[in-house]
Design a protein around this ligand. Structure first.
Ligand code: SAM
Length: 335
């Protein structure tokens, strides 16, 4: 069974992501004669085998139902057994994009941890790319290897049990991108530099929870000649969709204009303010006219939550590349 392809029918031995709700999903390998149980009833594996992925299955006592989903790296990140902190989809998608990952690309990642990011990388670079994944914790390395094999990534992910800060990656001229999720990524930067393909540019990213670690990574990247060093913080901004009553401001404005013409005291701003949020500016007559047919339906949350880590990106420059020198600045100008 492969996470990078799709099959239609569920067979014995396949992995099924059993979906109860968005917050409640369970990964289950299909085995004849076995049952899956939740508080709404019993689901027999024998009833699941032969069904199409995506089917809805009603429990044997007809009190509940589940959906039988095909595994994907995104779903695996939500259901995997946590052996460490893991990367979630917001960071995963951002890093994948900025490291230019695509089919055929070779990537290093360390540490492997629970293999959350590894699954997404492997799916992205398949079928010809290779992921060299390094983990110094023996049990985590072994368990990750078992999962990668079970999920059809045995050929794509090359698992290594090694302390990369002490012993390096021991690779030369092989990869396009490097991702470091380690307590001391700066200790692996020199070795990462050697692992890059030496005839083209490459991309590196260090994932660190605190700003002191970012400072040390930036210093190490700069010292080893990486360029375009940039740090991002990936935050999730929630948008609430809320139906908002359509307001005809022109009525309030007309009313205010009539009061003015009759010499009555102006209540224009009060009338309009009552229909706006209390901190929103009063629109001009032109803005009111332009917005007359619009309905606001989305609001962002006041506070942005979700800090996981800082992401420090940099570019590897091959030795053959010529540095662009700003000729307007004399070389010995210390300013
Ligand atoms: N990115 C992973 C994921 O999405 O599942 C999580 C990585 S976890 C936070 C960090 C891992 O790095 C741990 O499993 C730890 O054992 C490993 N690690 C720490 N220092 C290491 C080193 N010097 N060499 C190799 N692995 C190391």
């Amino acid at each position: 069974m492969s996470f990078s392809g799709w099959k239609k029918y569920i067979e014995e031995g396949d992995l099924v992501i059993v979906y109860m709700t968005r917050e409640n999903m369970t990964p289950i390998f299909m085995k004849k004669g076995t049952v899956f149980q939740n508080r709404f009833g019993v689901y027999k594996h024998d009833d699941i085998i032969g069904k199409e992925y995506g089917s809805k299955l009603v429990s044997s006592n007809y009190r509940g139902f589940v959906y039988l989903l095909h595994p994907t790296p995104e779903l695996w990140t939500l259901v995997l057994p946590h052996r460490t902190q893991i990367l979630y989809i917001a960071d995963i998608s951002f890093i994948t994009t900025l490291l230019d990952m695509k089919p055929g690309v070779n990537v290093i990642e360390s540490g492997t941890g629970s293999g959350s990011f590894s699954h997404s990388i492997a799916r992205t670079i398949a079928p010809t790319g290779r992921l060299y994944s390094f983990e110094y914790h023996q049990d985590r390395a072994n368990l990750a290897q078992v999962e990668f094999n079970e999920h059809g990534f045995g050929d794509i992910i090359k698992m290594h049990h090694r302390d990369v800060c002490k012993d390096g990656f021991q690779m030369k001229d092989q990869v396009n991108a490097v991702f470091l999720d380690l307590p001391a990524p700066w200790d692996a930067v020199a070795s990462a530099k050697e692992a890059f393909k030496q005839d083209r540019t490459g991309k590196i990213c260090c994932f660190s929870p605190c700003i002191e670690q970012v400072a040390r990574s930036v210093a190490a990247l700069d010292e080893h000649g990486f360029i375009d060093i940039t740090m991002y913080e990936c935050l999730i901004r929630e948008h609430t969709v809320a139906p908002i009553q359509k307001v005809d401001f022109s009525v309030a404005i007309k009313d205010a204009q009539e009061r003015k013409a009759k010499g009555l005291p102006s209540v224009e701003s009060v009338a309009i303010k009552r229909k706006l949020g209390k901190d929103e500016p009063i629109p001009t007559a032109k803005e009111v006219e332009e917005a007359a047919n619009l309905m606001l339906v989305s609001r962002t949350m006041g506070e942005t939550r979700g800090h996981t880590s800082y992401l420090t990106f940099a570019t590897f420059l091959p030795p053959s590349a010529t540095r662009i020198v700003d000729e307007s600045v004399p070389e010995n100008d210390s300013n």
